[in-house]
Design a protein around this ligand. Sequence first.
Ligand code: AMP
Ligand code: GLY
Length: 426
Amino acid sequence: MKILVVGDGGREHAIAWKLLQSSRVTGVFCAPGNGGTALLAKCCNVPLLSDDFEGLYRFVLTNAIRLVVVGSEVPLAKGITDYFSQYGVLVFGPSQLGAQIEASKTWAKTLMEEAGIPTGRWASFTDAESAYTYVEQQTTPIVVKVDGLAAGKGVTVAMTVEEAQSAIAAGFDGQFGDAGQRLIIEEYLTGREISVLALTDGTTICPLIPVQDHKRIGENDTGANTGGMGVYGPIPWVTAELMRRIQQDILEPAIAQLKQRDITYRGVLYAGLMITPDGEPKVIEFNCRFGDPETQVVLPLLETQLDQLLLACVNGTLAEETITWKPRVAACVVAAAQGYPGHYNKGNLITGIGMGTDPGVMIFHAGTRLNTSTNPPVLVTNGGRVFGVTALGDNFQTAFSLAYSALNTIQFDGIYYRRDIGHQVR
Ligand code: AMP
Ligand code: GLY
């Protein structure tokens, strides 16, 4: 079986790497992929962008691709699954309507309200004046979010009314395009933030291990929000009872409510959750895809073959599957280019990077490119988050120490990473 993975991040490298461990998978193609997928055995990069549906379809036909796995929310929200489904091509990832659960915060909050899913109080606005008036009546901190996809840049946790009002002004000033036509204002939730990714075929929903991301750029969780600077899992304090509540009060009602709207949601439903001080899980947001870097710790710990689970989601047979895990823990630290999440340089030479020096250490590339115009070819930086180093261990101390030692051997101009990832468990 040949599989096409759409995307170019660390997540897609991890997906391709895990798929290739299955004896049923004869080859993986990545469109467009990165320097890591270019170097992976039995994996080939395809120079097609994720919104070139026609080009991707031609590639699928010519290469007898059995399954398309979509990494990012952007092509899903543009309807890549609907486009391929009309030609009978199997796609892992929800339809355009299903992807609204991430692509419109108002849509997602309405769904949660209908399903009785616990989440922060909220209100939705299409003009700045009413939003200004609303925040004056609320307590701070308060959270302002543009409604649409904003690559993680559309959320402001405002400490004062003035800060909330400038976020409202910025939201409506056009910089977010269509995503900023509407925004929501949400109650500030306190507690511990976790990510639970779940596989679903639209009826059955199977949560994967709970993991903890580190969203802020700076140590001690300071500075700007990013896509995620490091992650570990499974989280030791998340009990089976808490997972049961998440399943029963959040994941199952979400899938049932999507069904109520005639949406058979197949793919990953990712719940970003706040576990409040009294132990209650509340939804911060839903995403319609695998998380990044979350996937870089979840897949190395997964024992079951990924192709089998993804096909079961697409074919509606997930209830027949059992998911098993390695009895270990995983730690991932992300290396970014100086300046990220703001402006950063590309094209810097990366040295010391290799897969498989230690069998328990994986390097998942994100913003890297294989420059083949030199002899021998070299790896250069090509994005904000450049790669993630994942290490497995019998405990978090070992896993983090392995991850940081591997990271120490890799160099590029302006390399930056947080040294406190997993401080909660080390
Ligand atoms: P989002 O893109 O909605 O996940 O928001 C980005 C980050 O902002 C989250 O990972 C949280 O750390 C923070 N955040 C978002 N909404 C809230 C909220 N209602 N209360 C507290 N923090 C929040
Ligand atoms: N790491 C956060 C996300 O994938 O949205």
